[in-house]
Design a protein around this ligand. Structure first.
Ligand code: SF4
Length: 246
């Protein structure tokens, strides 16, 4: 491999991993029992691969959706197809409103999001937040790939809690997983994943807003790197990383 590989290759205890997977399935089954209408908005990132496998093999009551922002890397769309082919199931894809994009591009240019924080957030609002809200409308609970170790803001969360921003119950089955465990699960089950992770991308969203980083560099340097660190949010999960469409 000629380029930086930023994802973990660390082996983990197989028994621990199996127990965590079983716990995650139990959390999701409890959510289905409790809320009936449960949706998972997949980012198609590493955590999403684990959750998709657990849901499609063990928790069939959860619908999986994703947002195609119109600016995703081709590798992400190919991954979507590989997942569907592997499991013989369909991820429901939501798209931004065409007229809203038309107006944004007319006014700000095709890459207007580089020009100011407001324009970047406006683009994310049109391409991600609005379709996300449409995708989860009518559901009582949504699943996230949040892990406790990702930030202080996530450290105190519970696997099932109410999300005050959208009134949905928020289900976080991977809360106790480490990054090493996520990758060990992907490797152990030979699951497809985005090849951009092998090219140094820690987090993959829209192509113009994601980039490779050097090993050891802060993961946030891979997204919206031209902005101040405090403003690098997409609107789907305040103070957290993107949940869908990145
Ligand atoms: S990540 Fe970039 S291209 Fe994607 S919606 Fe946000 S600003 Fe637009």
């Amino acid at each position: 491999m000629t380029q930086a590989q930023n994802h973990s290759q660390v082996p983990v205890d197989a028994a621990v991993l199996a127990r965590k997977a079983a716990d995650s399935v139990a959390v999701m089954r409890e959510a289905v029992q409790k809320y009936a209408k449960v949706v998972y908005a997949s980012s198609l990132g590493a955590e999403a691969i684990v959750l998709t496998d657990l849901i499609w093999t063990q928790v069939p009551g959860i619908d999986i959706v994703t947002i195609d922002t119109g600016r995703l890397p081709e590798e992400t769309l190919q991954l979507l197809e590989r997942l569907e082919r592997r499991y013989g199931k369909r991820i429901r894809v939501y798209y931004p409103d065409a007229q809203a994009i038309q107006q944004y591009v007319n006014e700000n240019g095709i890459n207007g999001f580089y020009n100011s924080l407001a324009l970047r957030q406006g683009c994310c609002a049109i391409r991600k937040v609005e379709p996300f809200n449409r995708a989860v409308a009518g559901y009582a609970a949504w699943v996230t790939g949040v892990r406790r170790e990702q930030s202080a803001a996530r450290a105190s969360g519970a696997p099932i809690e109410l999300d005050p921003r959208n009134g949905l119950a928020k289900i976080s089955p991977l809360l106790e997983w480490t990054e090493d465990e996520v990758w060990a699960y992907i490797r152990g089950h030979k699951l497809p994943y985005n090849p951009l992770h092998d090219r140094g991308y820690p987090s993959i969203g829209c192509a113009p807003c994601s980039r490779a980083i050097e090993p050891g560099q802060d993961h946030r340097a891979g997204r919206w790197w031209w902005e101040n660190p405090e403003s690098r949010e997409c609107g789907l999960q305040p103070r957290q990383r993107p949940a869908a469409g990145g």
